[in-house]
Design a protein around this ligand. Structure first.
Ligand SMILES: Cc1cc2nc3c(=O)[nH]c(=O)nc-3n(C[C@H](O)[C@H](O)[C@H](O)COP(=O)(O)OP(=O)(O)OC[C@H]3O[C@@H](n4cnc5c(N)ncnc54)[C@H](O)[C@@H]3O)c2cc1C
Length: 188
């Protein structure tokens, strides 16, 4: 019973929160806080196929949804921050990434490729991504031509990395190039 008393919520309307380090007493309780969490998550997901939660209608893990590119802020000659806005609410967690559907030219006409990007900041209806454009890269060519008011297709978010503010006294982060993107929200 210990797990039930201290455990995650069994409310099926709100997305359950993963237990914090230290919530599990390690004494083999049945159910454990993690059992409650997994069951709550299963029920929550069953009620909302494709990972759509009430507070994240603008983003879906399977279906691409339209976002309007609103601001482009150049950082270097080949790297810019792009702000995308949705007409619906979105929910993103630190460390997660999104997928962009990129229409590009092929010998047989237009083909589509998918590329991943980690938001560096977000609100309830918008997110910012920092993107480096490579010579001849498919998404890079798409972003070379991108202009405010363009509509692009995004889906997600993905990734189970879990970071909690002040969980640790010290944090050492190693990253390189655009690998800095997912750690910017942690540093902030
Ligand atoms: C989880 C995750 C998060 C990411 N987050 C970010 C982010 O926040 N910001 C960011 O900028 N990137 C991020 N990336 C990288 C991003 O997904 C793309 O890989 C990147 O933007 C390049 O895509 P592209 O379509 O422009 O280039 P691609 O078409 O994939 O090509 C990349 C480079 O390889 C060269 N190339 C392609 N094919 C060949 C070939 N056959 N032979 C020789 N050279 C070739 C191209 O000329 C180009 O220079 C992330 C990746 C992952 C996996």
């Amino acid at each position: 019973m210990d797990g039930l008393q201290r455990g995650a919520s069994v409310d099926e309307e709100t997305e359950p929160e993963e237990p914090k380090v230290g919530d599990c007493c390690g004494e083999g309780c049945n159910p454990c806080v993690y059992d409650i969490y997994r069951e709550s998550l299963k029920r929550f997901k069953a009620k909302r196929p494709h990972g759509i939660s009430a507070d994240s209608l603008g983003l879906d893990k399977i279906e691409f949804k339209p976002f309007r590119l609103t601001i482009i802020t150049p950082q270097t000659k080949d790297t810019s921050i792009y702000r995308f806005e949705s007409s619906e609410r979105i929910s993103i967690k630190i460390g997660q990434h999104l997928e962009l559907l990129v229409p590009c030219q092929s010998e047989n006409g237009v083909k589509e490729v998918v590329r991943k990007y980690s938001p560096i900041a977000w609100t309830v209806t918008s997110f910012d991504v920092i993107i480096k454009r490579y010579a001849n890269g498919e998404a890079s060519k798409y972003f070379d031509k991108a202009e405010p008011e363009d509509v692009m297709s995004w889906r997600g978010p993905y990734g189970n990395f879990s970071y909690r503010k002040d969980d640790q006294e010290q944090l050492v982060i190693l990253c390189a190039g655009t690998g800095i993107a997912p750690v910017i929200p942690i540093i902030r």
